[in-house]
Design a protein around this ligand. Structure first.
Ligand SMILES: NC(=O)c1ccc[n+]([C@@H]2O[C@H](COP(=O)([O-])OP(=O)(O)OC[C@H]3O[C@@H](n4cnc5c(N)ncnc54)[C@H](OP(=O)(O)O)[C@@H]3O)[C@@H](O)[C@H]2O)c1
Length: 249
């Protein structure tokens, strides 16, 4: 297993349930974690105070603002001089029935695409030279099984994750051999938001999953850890963490 001691991991969307778990797991593995936030600055500072060991920081990483991403990369360069792992975890969506085309208005479409597609690309663009510093960088895009199944919170969210997986393949090729690029693709994850949904709906999601339950955020984080420390010959691939959901039941 490759050691992550002394590595620097930048995580966008660190204040979300999955992003927070990724920060904890990478910090426990020895990384200095840069916890990126958009609106939740206080939550990001609380998070880094709870991480094991020291050397972590909270940083504004609004992924739909390319100038702010460039400024963030400059600040990481000044403080750490490197970025070994970039996790693109920031994402947004809203539930809209797939047949209700009128409710999926242009403003919501633009917000989803700017955050879930342009955002990860812009983050890679901003951090590319830092990720190349040691010739051994890693980008992990947090995708969704919605990319493959077209089942998810709305039509454009599903399309945004399909675009993200496609970008994983293009960038895996374009940035080799210095930077590996992988998608980690969960099915439904048992986050606080999902826990707040109708229990009958959650139970249906669990029973539609061959392994009979939803993923825990820590299981998504463990897959990011595996990508960084074990899967050193993988690039351009999608790693599913879905309990077999895509197999159908
Ligand atoms: N939950 C699931 O079941 C599930 C399943 C499959 C895939 N995913 C994917 O996993 C990722 C994390 O999901 P989650 O459920 O943990 O999300 P969450 O709890 O809703 O958190 C979303 C995160 O994204 C950040 N964010 C939103 N817009 C942003 C922007 N413009 N710039 C920077 N950050 C922004 C938020 O930051 P602030 O709070 O600072 O605004 C927050 O940290 C997403 O990409 C999601 O699509 C989730």
């Amino acid at each position: 297993m490759k050691s992550l001691n002394g590595k620097v991991a930048v995580v966008t969307g660190a204040t979300g349930s999955i992003g927070g778990a990724i920060c904890h797991t990478l910090a426990a593995a020895g990384c200095a974690v840069v916890a990126g936030f958009n609106r939740s600055a206080a939550a990001a500072h609380t998070l880094i105070a709870q991480l094991p060991d020291s050397g972590h920081c909270a940083l504004a990483l609004p992924v739909s603002d390319s100038a702010a991403l460039a400024a963030a990369a400059a600040s990481v360069a000044e403080r750490y001089g490197r970025t070994d792992i970039l996790v693109n975890c920031a994402g947004t969506t809203r539930f809209v029935e797939h047949s209700d085309l009128d409710s999926l208005d242009d403003a919501l479409i633009d917000e989803i695409l700017a955050t879930n597609v342009r955002g990860p690309f812009a983050a890679v663009r901003a951090f590319r030279s830092l990720l190349c510093a040691d010739g051994d960088g890693l980008v992990v895009n947090i995708s969704s099984t919605a990319a493959a199944s077209a089942i998810g919170s709305n039509v454009v969210y599903c399309a945004s994750k399909a675009a993200l997986d496609n970008m994983t393949r293009s960038l895996g090729r374009a940035l080799a051999p210095h930077i590996r690029v992988l998608s980690v693709s969960p099915g439904l994850v048992d986050t606080d938001f999902v826990k707040s949904m109708d229990p009958a709906w959650r139970d249906r999601q669990s029973s539609n999953t061959p392994l009979g339950r939803l993923a825990q955020p820590e299981e998504v984080a463990d897959t990011v850890l595996a990508a960084a420390s074990l899967l050193t010959f993988a690039t351009g691939s999608v790693l599913y963490v879905d309990g077999g959901r895509l197999l159908g039941r």
